[in-house]
Design a protein around this ligand. Structure first.
Ligand SMILES: [Zn+2]
Ligand SMILES: [Zn+2]
Length: 447
């Protein structure tokens, strides 16, 4: 009997132990699955699903069309900025305004570190829209021909998605709506006015007509070139075209300078390190029989490395070549106050993180390797100041063709808006999660 009692006691104890272990294991599994939901594609996929619902998608399309109808040039984006602020008010996102004249910076999350930024540019171009459609630009001579109306919309979309999950964020997402990307370095002004204060990383998107629909094209390291402009006035002494010996001909000097400039890339640059020097304008003279006093030339230079050295060589070639032909030359390396843009360089760690997030969100095949482009972006100022990642979001589909950016025939494929919004939201969440767990690990190590 005593033996039987012991067996019953033993079995009950074992059952209790087993129950307790199973319960603990279940608890552990629960914690585990809720923690990993941001990473395993669970919740990031939910971002994509919400972004595609009519409620979010139709709202985004409405915003995009409204911005498209009212394009504004750099540092004049007052109505665009107002629209952004009123949408942020409706979503319930707090913001700072004005930053860099028309810029807006929204904040979602704990208000505490870590801070991660998402960026959109707001400006349009001085181009007359040639696309005939219901929501064509209402402003003569101005057009969103670079997709920045889509960029603003995707960032507002991300704001909506993130705001719904604000209590789960492990830090703060900073939404940067910047002015004047097209040549006026709005990003630089935003930085000068504190846009990156406490921010540890920044992500940016550009729509692309050359990448297949829904694919994200990126690469580690330099992705877009640095860019500068130059303008030179070559001065000689005008006179009768039939008596050249009494003149100092700036036309011949300018011609010689244009040809000499071609040798900078072909003879001085490493053939494996891409550079461009293009003389794109020449103005001088207006008669058949008069040699003018001066000729003005101008153009652009592009480089991934050595932009400053290339600028210096351009200046030297112009002034010395003018001297050879008895002319004077003055060279301006920032015409109309337009400063050079540095190359856009993707941080390797952010690049890896980004690829993982897009893979979880849209599948392995959604990430493609981007080719380097000699075009430039002022996102480069952000990525120069802190680690940054910039990628091209494809909108080309098989049925339609989309014109190149800065073309009067440019249009965007609105179906891609949910992709951009979901990628923005997911990468911010993932960054904060990894940053949070890394600092928790660091703290643990110190203990
Ligand atoms: Zn552009
Ligand atoms: Zn652009």
């Amino acid at each position: 009997m005593a033996h039987q009692k012991f067996v019953v006691f033993f079995l009950s104890a074992m059952a209790l132990l087993l129950f307790s272990l199973t319960f603990q294991l279940l608890l552990l599994l629960r914690v585990d699955s809720s923690e990993s939901s941001w990473t395993t594609g669970g919740d990031v996929k939910k971002f994509f699903e919400s972004a595609k619902t009519p409620e979010v998608f139709d709202w985004m399309v409405r915003i995009r069309r409204k911005i498209h109808e009212n394009p504004e040039l750099g540092f004049e984006e007052f109505e665009t900025s107002k629209l952004i602020r009123s949408e942020l008010d409706l979503i319930g996102v707090k913001y700072r305004y004005p930053v860099a004249i028309t810029g807006v910076i929204g904040y979602i999350g704990t208000g505490e570190p870590p801070f991660v930024a998402l960026r959109a540019d707001m400006d349009a171009l001085p181009i007359q829209e040639a696309v005939e459609w219901e929501h064509k630009s209402k402003v003569p001579g101005k057009m969103h021909a670079c997709g920045h109306d889509g960029h603003v919309t995707m960032l507002l979309g991300a704001a909506k998605l993130l705001q719904e999950h604000r209590h789960e964020l492990q830090g703060t997402v900073v939404l940067i709506f910047q002015p004047a990307e097209e040549g006026l370095a709005g990003a630089k002004k935003m930085i000068e006015e504190g846009a990156l204060k406490d921010v540890k990383a920044i992500f940016g998107i550009h729509l692309s007509n050359r990448i297949p629909f829904g694919k994200a094209a990126t690469r580690a390291g330099p992705i877009l070139a640095g860019a500068g402009r130059f303008e030179a006035v070559i001065t000689g002494k005008g006179g009768h075209a039939a008596i050249p010996q009494h003149t100092i001909d700036p036309v011949v000097a300018a011609a010689s300078i244009v040809l000499s400039l071609q040798q900078l890339v072909s003879r001085e640059a490493d053939p494996l390190d891409s550079k461009v020097v293009t003389v794109s304008k020449v103005h001088g003279g207006n008669a058949f029989n008069v040699i003018p006093d001066s000729v003005t030339i101008g153009g652009t230079l592009r480089a991934f490395t050595g932009l400053t050295q290339l600028q210096q060589r351009i200046k030297e070639v112009i002034t010395k070549q003018a001297d050879v032909l008895r002319c004077n030359a003055s060279v301006n390396l920032a015409p109309n106050g337009r400063e050079p843009y540095p190359p856009t360089v993707n941080d390797i760690d952010l690049y890896r993180q980004f690829k993982n997030v897009v893979r979880d969100l849209l599948g392995q095949e959604a990430v493609v390797e981007a080719a380097q482009v000699m075009g430039a972006e002022d996102f480069s100022f952000f990525a120069e100041a802190i680690p940054g990642h910039f990628f091209l979001l494809g909108m080309q589909d098989e049925n339609k063709t989309y014109a190149m950016p800065h073309s009067p025939h440019y249009r965007i494929n609105e179906d891609v808006l949910p992709y951009g919004a979901a990628i923005h939201a997911s990468i911010a969440v993932q960054y904060l999660k990894e940053k949070g767990s890394a600092s928790a690990r660091g703290f643990h190590d110190e203990l």
